[in-house]
Design a protein around this ligand. Structure first.
Ligand code: FES
Length: 106
C-alpha cells in the first residue's frame, strides 16, 4: 500500500500514471531517528514476523488514525479487513493500532 493524499490504496493495483495526488510510501512517514507513532507502536508490540505485508499494514494504520484518532475495535477491523497477513499478526496489529491511537490523541 501507499498513501495517496493520506488515503491508503493498494499500490500493486495502481498505475503511477493514474495517480494525481500526493503519494507517501512507508519511507515517507518517519525516519530511523524519529519513528512515526505507528512505527513506534509496531516496534513496542513486536508486530512484524516476515515483514512482507507490514508496510501496507502500517500505512493502513496511519491512514486510519489520520481520519479517526480514536477508532473502535469495529473500525479497526473494518480498516484492516482487506489487509492479509500470512504470518497472522492480526492480534498484535490491533494492539499496536490501539497504542498508536493513544499516542496520537495525547
Ligand atoms: Fe509475514 Fe504479514 S508479517 S505476511
Amino acid at each position: 500500500s501507499v498513501l495517496v493524499d493520506g488515503i491508503a490504496v493498494r499500490s500493486c493495483g495502481l498505475s503511477a500514471g493514474d495517480v494525481a495526488g500526493e503519494v507517501t510510501t512507508i519511507e515517507g512517514i518517519g525516519s530511523s531517528q524519529e519513528l512515526h507513532p505507528v512505527q513506534q507502536a509496531w516496534v513496542e508490540h513486536q508486530v512484524v514476523q516476515c515483514g512482507y505485508c507490514q508496510s501496507g499494514q502500517i500505512l493502513t494504520a496511519v491512514a486510519l488514525l489520520n481520519e479517526n484518532g480514536s477508532p473502535s475495535e469495529a473500525e479497526i477491523g473494518e480498516a484492516f479487513a482487506e489487509n492479509l497477513c500470512r504470518c497472522s499478526t492480526y492480534v498484535r496489529i490491533k494492539k499496536a493500532v490501539r497504542a498508536a491511537a493513544r499516542k496520537v490523541s495525547s
